[in-house]
Design a protein around this ligand. Structure first.
Ligand SMILES: N[C@@H](CCC(=O)N[C@@H](CS)C(=O)NCC(=O)O)C(=O)O
Length: 215
């Protein structure tokens, strides 16, 4: 039986939507996209919240099934569409890839997303410089750890010689760092694998500028 069509509810510039697109592209899956403009608050509308109670993008729709949270979406795609794999077969290696993903998914991105930046601006009175310092602090601390992990486990890609889930997290996080003018020169090995990943045709196809809803 043909599986139902996959639809990604996201936003071109959202890092977590970009993350999910990379996985979909690397797995050569066909998918449609529905955009929810974060700038106009479309993700906070009741209609969107019925799919994603937190009002955050992305959501993956498959038939009657709606799945929020990009880490869960990536794991779902890996189980449902195992080829090509984005996790190694060895248990230790799988766990290491997940640990590298978590540096970004748990310890960088959640501190820097739109609602957190709005809260430190609106609730704590931070100005633009303070917001930039906040963003830079958490990105730098995560990238420092990742640089070491890439030195230990990386080769052409962040882990080994083929793309894994780490690319799904890392490429969008570096895109975001560059938008915030974060200095990436202290992470040469990390940037080398990112440059290599950016030249991968599937990863390139997931770039925000290449999406139908891009400005
Ligand atoms: N842990 C969630 C985080 C999702 C998330 O923070 N999405 C951002 C865009 S990258 C968002 O919807 N932000 C809207 C807001 O903060 O108001 C995931 O990985 O899916």
């Amino acid at each position: 039986m043909t599986p139902p069509e996959l639809i990604l509810h996201g936003y071109w510039r959202s890092g977590t939507s970009y993350r999910t697109r990379i996985a979909l592209e690397l797995k050569r899956l066909e998918y449609g996209q529905v955009t929810h403009d974060l700038r106009t608050g479309a993700h906070r509308l009741e209609t969107y919240r019925s799919m994603a109670p937190q009002g955050l993008v992305p959501v993956l729709e498959e038939g009657e099934y709606y799945l929020p949270q990009s880490p869960a979406i990536l794991e779902f795609l890996e189980e449902r569409y195992p080829e090509p794999p984005l996790l190694p077969t060895n248990h230790y290696e799988r766990a290491t890839v997940r640990a590298m993903c978590a540096v970004i998914g748990c310890d960088i991105h959640p501190l820097n997303n739109l609602r957190v930046m709005n809260a430190i601006r609106d609730d704590l009175g931070a100005d633009d410089d303070a917001v930039k310092a906040w963003v830079t602090k958490w990105m730098a601390s995560g990238f420092e750890a990742l640089e070491e992990m890439v030195i230990k486990h990386g080769n052409k890609y962040a882990f080994g010689n083929s793309p894994t889930m780490v690319e799904c997290y890392l490429v969008p996080q570096v895109y975001s760092a560059e938008r915030f003018d974060v200095d990436m020169t202290p992470y040469p090995k990390l940037m080398r694998v990112v440059e290599h990943a950016r030249n991968n045709a599937q990863i390139a196809a997931a770039h925000p500028d290449r999406q139908p809803d891009a400005d």
